[in-house]
Design a protein around this ligand. Sequence first.
Ligand code: ZN
Ligand code: ZN
Ligand code: ZN
Length: 553
Amino acid sequence: MQKTCKQCAMAFSVTADDLAFYDKVSPVFNGKKESIPPPPLCPECRMRSRLTFRNELSLFRRPCSKCKKEMICMFASDASYSVYCHDCWWSEDFDALHSGRDIDLSRSFFAQLSELIALTPLPHLVIGDCENSDFTNYSWQNRNSYLLSSSDYNEDCYFSTYLFRSVSCTDCTFVSDCELCYECVDVKQCYRSSFLQNCQNCSDCLLCYDCHSCTDCIGCVGLRNKHHYILNKQYSKEDFEREKGTMKQERLQSRFETLKMSFPREYADIEQCEASSGDHLRSCKNARHCFDLVEAQDCAYCALGLKPKDCQDCTGVPGSELSYQVAACPENYSLQFSAVIWPKSAFLQYCLFSRSSNRCFGCISLHKNEYCILNKQYTKEEYEKLVPQIIEKMRGDGEWGEFFPVELSPFAYNETVAQEYFPLTKEEVLKRGWKWRDETDEMPKVSKVIPASQLPDSIDDIPDDILNWAIRCEATKRPFKIIKQELEFYRKMRFPVPHFHPDERHKRRMALRNPRKLWQRKCAKCRKGIETTYAPDRPEIVYCEECYLKEVY
Ligand SMILES: [Zn+2]
Ligand SMILES: [Zn+2]
Ligand SMILES: [Zn+2]
């Protein structure tokens, strides 16, 4: 089925598999299935809607609306929402049904849900079991870390996103099982390495792209099992050390960029997968149009997660099954059109910020609830009778079968991950009727502010006193501070202090990754058709898997 996206007017297809999936996840009330229609938005616009409900990195300080304790929070200090600190939101005394209300079948369901969001206490952050790890969000089980998002099981790590099971890493994005790594993107199982992209099992490497199992390599591209290489040229151990000591950073960087552009790219990063398409996929089976997934099975249009099964249009659904159009809903079963649901919930539709609940419709901040609508308790019989009436009204209003409208997000568009993948200007955002927040940095209380260009080049010349200064970012002019653990990391790794604000560093790393979008093009060598995240007008030489493997092995 060919459709036209109602938001961006692009043509997109709905496959027979998609239709079978919508039928499979259509919820049943009172023995009658409420069919979910094909989506009115294209896969990219669907992903954008979900991402507008995910604010990872715009963090603020404000008092808890209940106990008044100062807390770090993902809702702006001046946003009118009621926000609870960790202790107050997770307390057994907290009952979200206080804000419950009757459904009015003559009015828009989304309008009533929007009013409920404005009244119900929301959780300050999405975190669990973190220890001594301030400014982390969407994260679990981190220790002694600072400013991590979407990162789990790390220790002594700073300023990173999508970082997993790593130790002593700083400024990393989509990195797992690494130690002492700095400024890496899409890297796994590496040790004491910096400025790597798409590398694995490397140690003591610097500025490399797509190298596997290499040691002591600098500025290399597409190498396998090599050591003592500089710019893809082999050196003896002695010559390597001598060369390394005399290299000029700018010259190395420019020669590396030239080498990287002249070397073919593989059409996608897909490893040990069966019948799968997308990018950054490991051990997946039948994962169609998917990104950043591991061991996914029978999924489509999904991103981010380990072991999702039978899911479509989900972002951040590790261990979930039969979910459709949800965001940040790990280890749940059969959720539709919902966001930020902690593990162990099932059969929810249009729910937000909830935990351990079953069979609820249009609820916020639930805690172990069942048969609720707009945070009001019903009996099973009442629930099964009323929900089909709401769905009928939603069908008439064109609301049923769509994710929450962007206007319902409690975040400004540019605070969310949507702005990273689908950047818009302030004017474009406001024209669509969405929220925008002007960046206002509070100047940190410091003894002096130094422009980044005046920082000494060598880490040896950086005094301890820098911890009392603010640095003005070379690109954005935003002030930022260096934390003590971070300074120790740079000293240990022998790297200069960064010249860019942490947000700008994150943005630059994200810019190194391809978009989550697929194009049809031909292998530059054998002309076979490939589906790839490299747009046809990009300058890289893109090969199919077969041709690429011949090139690197
Ligand atoms: Zn669209
Ligand atoms: Zn509190
Ligand atoms: Zn080929």
